[in-house]
Design a protein around this ligand. Structure first.
Ligand SMILES: C[S@@+](CC[C@H](N)C(=O)[O-])C[C@H]1O[C@@H](n2cnc3c(N)ncnc32)[C@H](O)[C@@H]1O
Ligand code: SF4
Ligand code: SF4
Length: 333
């Protein structure tokens, strides 16, 4: 089978809240580089990984609509909620055009999210991907700390219909320094201002992480957004994968964040591309028992073949019953 783009209908119109849905991801563990290396070894070594395609004519049941690409854990901030910036070793990165081909090859794709680490650290790569997806009926979102979301970058992407999620947890200068480990507040708010002046209102939203330590900050960000008509999403702080030093909120029912009931929304919906091109059904797939291997790797076989594999089927069956803490993340809701 060859990689090739599929014609696709325009994405369905969703209510504005859903269209603004913000995203966040956690990843597999603190030492991502070592983890990816071990995955690579397991993938290479595992005979069972060879795709066992369905019999010809059988319907492809896994049709993911939400695709994610994790550029790398490399980051230019020093957050206390997240340790991605501490990872010093970064594995080789998949070619940007393979990421473009992958998104184009999934006919069911409606949303594509680029995340990190800080994705805009890889400005040229991100631009290559955005340009490669121009005209494809997939909404692309970039989750960013905002530091490199410069007017120059925005001017380059303004015609590409990209959506930006700025991560902002506080608007208090001292608290910002504690949250981010840097004094980037003025830079980020300046960039946000330019984005709002340049792009359509629905092309930007703000996401905050709610922990015991940030209750008042997040409420303040919410009020600030409401006054300006900016969509504000709240993601619960989780420890796993981020390795931060904050405290998960104790009384989840008391705050208005998405419900944890029912199967994880990632199941049957998400597809995650890791920095080295390994493809998983969700970023945390390796944490699910017997699901440690990726369903494939870009450049080795087309994504539709990966989706049709018996292994992908088996992973999906487990995801539907999965109750790991990452279920509450917005990228899984
Ligand atoms: C890991 S960051 C990567 C993108 C970019 N560097 C940023 O900060 O927006 C993706 C999202 O996860 C959120 N996040 C970071 N640490 C978190 C944690 N421990 N629990 C829940 N969400 C977290 C961030 O605030 C951001 O909205
Ligand atoms: S939350 Fe984003 S900006 Fe902060 S350290 Fe993690 S990846 Fe970097
Ligand atoms: S709860 Fe399970 S299925 Fe959902 S994102 Fe986490 S590991 Fe994946």
């Amino acid at each position: 089978m060859r990689f090739q783009g599929h014609p696709r209908p325009a994405p369905p119109r969703e209510p504005s809240r859903a269209r603004h849905r913000a995203l966040g991801v956690t990843i597999l563990g603190a030492d991502q580089a070592a983890h990816l290396r071990s995955l690579q070894l397991r993938l290479d070594a595992a005979p069972d990984h060879k795709v066992r395609s369905r019999p010809e004519g059988e319907t492809l049941s896994f049709a993911p609509t939400h695709l994610f690409y994790l550029t790398s854990l490399h980051c230019n901030e020093r957050c206390t909620k997240c340790s991605h910036w501490k990872v010093r070793e970064h594995p080789g990165m998949v070619a940007a055009d393979l990421v473009v081909q992958a998104v184009r090859s999934v006919a069911s794709a409606r949303e594509f999210c680029i995340v990190g680490g800080e994705p805009i650290v890889y400005r040229d790569r991100v631009l290559t991907i955005l340009r490669g997806l121009a005209g494809v009926a997939v909404r692309t979102t970039i989750v960013t700390n905002g530091v490199l979301c410069t007017p120059r970058f925005i001017d380059e992407v303004r015609s590409l219909d990209v959506h930006f999620v700025f991560s902002i947890d506080t608007l208090n200068r001292e608290r910002w320094q504690w949250v981010r480990g840097t004094d980037s507040m003025d830079v980020v708010l300046g960039h946000l201002d330019h984005v709002r002046k340049t792009l359509r209102p629905e092309q930007v939203s703000i996401q905050s992480v709610l922990a015991e330590e940030t209750r008042e900050d997040v409420a303040g960000v919410g009020r600030w957004c409401a006054e300006r008509g900016i969509y504000h999403s709240v993601q619960r702080y989780v420890r796993g994968g981020f390795d931060g030093s904050w405290t998960p909120i104790a009384d989840e029912a008391a705050v208005s964040v998405a419900s944890n009931d029912g199967p994880c929304m990632a199941a049957d919906r998400n597809l995650s591309i890791m920095p080295d091109g390994s493809v998983f059904t969700c970023f945390q797939q390796t944490l699910i028992p017997e699901c440690a291997m990726p369903i494939g790797r870009l450049g080795e076989r087309p994504v539709p073949e990966m989706l049709a594999s018996a292994y992908a089927d088996a992973v999906l069956r487990r995801m539907r019953r999965c109750e790991l803490p990452c279920k509450v993340l917005r990228c899984n809701q």
